[in-house]
Design a protein around this ligand. Structure first.
Ligand code: C5P
Length: 273
């Protein structure tokens, strides 16, 4: 995969207008656009996809997709009973998106149902099946949050450094375990932070996809992201795709606009490919 194809821009905006403005500028330089809950909920998923497809030169004509392949990662994070998620998977497959995601914590049956439904719908419509990614543990959930939910066992060390290390390890182990369960359930890959890539790569099959958010080039500000990594470090660790939002959509003034920012990131990725 070329450097530019690996970049997925997070369109974390509230309106189709804003999303289109960014997509028109960035379309020639990236491999995709992630649309998430804010945009989908405020404007309607199918409507957003239609407008972005239009920008990317893709259209539905006489029962067939024509033009360029889809560039859309539909970040709907589905989690519900299997029957409902299967319905959502069929619906998102009809939109012809490139990829979408489900929560691994919805269970093996739910993940398999999503895959089966997407496969059936894609073959019915003679379109490629979207890639399906698992969300392992949200990175906003730390050890304390998982303890509150009673999802991991309690332990305490007298030494706070030892305690922090143990907490980090147990979280990493959970993420890797969930990623492997997602693989067994037939998903194509997972969303994983840079810290988890190497371990997942070590245990998963070679073609298992890893999509990594919380990416910050050295010239960008961290914003609210805590466990960040540079584009080159994430690619070197084994990420297939990088989800990058603000460093591209709101770059520091001295870098220029979104196009200059994305070109710098492409150069950085190319340096390690
Ligand atoms: O602007 P920024 O580069 O931080 O955007 C990252 C995108 O990736 C956002 O859409 C965010 O919701 C998403 N994401 C994340 N961390 C995760 C999963 C998704 O930052 N663990």
């Amino acid at each position: 995969m070329e450097a530019k194809e690996r970049i997925i821009v997070a369109l974390d905006v509230a309106t189709i207008e804003e999303a289109k403005r960014l997509a028109i500028q960035l379309y020639p330089y990236v491999g995709g656009f992630k649309i998430g809950l804010e945009l989908i909920t405020s404007e309607g998923g199918p409507e957003v996809v239609r407008h972005l497809d239009d920008v990317c030169g893709r259209f539905y004509f006489a029962g067939m997709w024509e033009g360029n392949p889809s560039q859309i990662f539909y970040d709907g994070k589905f989690m519900d009973i299997s029957n409902t998620v299967a319905g959502a998977a069929r619906a998102v497959t009809r939109l012809g998106v490139k990829m979408f995601n489900v929560h691994c914590l919805g269970g093996v049956k739910m993940m398999s149902a999503a895959k089966k439904a997407a496969e059936e719908e894609a073959s019915l419509r003679k379109t490629p099946r979207p890639l399906i990614l698992g969300v392992t543990l949200l990175t906003s959930l730390d050890y304390k949050a998982l303890r509150e939910l009673r999802l991991i066992e309690d332990f305490s060390y007298a030494d706070p450094v030892e305690q922090r290390e143990a907490e980090k390890k147990i979280l990493q182990r959970k993420v890797v375990e969930l990623a492997l369960v997602a693989q067994e359930a037939g998903l194509d890959g997972v969303i994983a932070s840079a810290q988890e890539i190497e371990l997942i790569r070590k245990w998963s099959q070679p073609r298992f996809l890893i999509v990594t958010p919380a990416i910050r080039p050295v010239w960008a500000v961290a914003d609210d992201q805590k466990r960040i990594d540079t584009p080159s470090a994430a690619i070197k660790a084994g990420a297939d795709y990088l989800v990058i939002g603000r460093p591209i959509t709101q770059p520091p003034k001295e870098i220029g606009g979104p196009i200059e920012a994305v070109k710098k990131i492409i150069e950085e990725i190319e340096s390690v490919l």
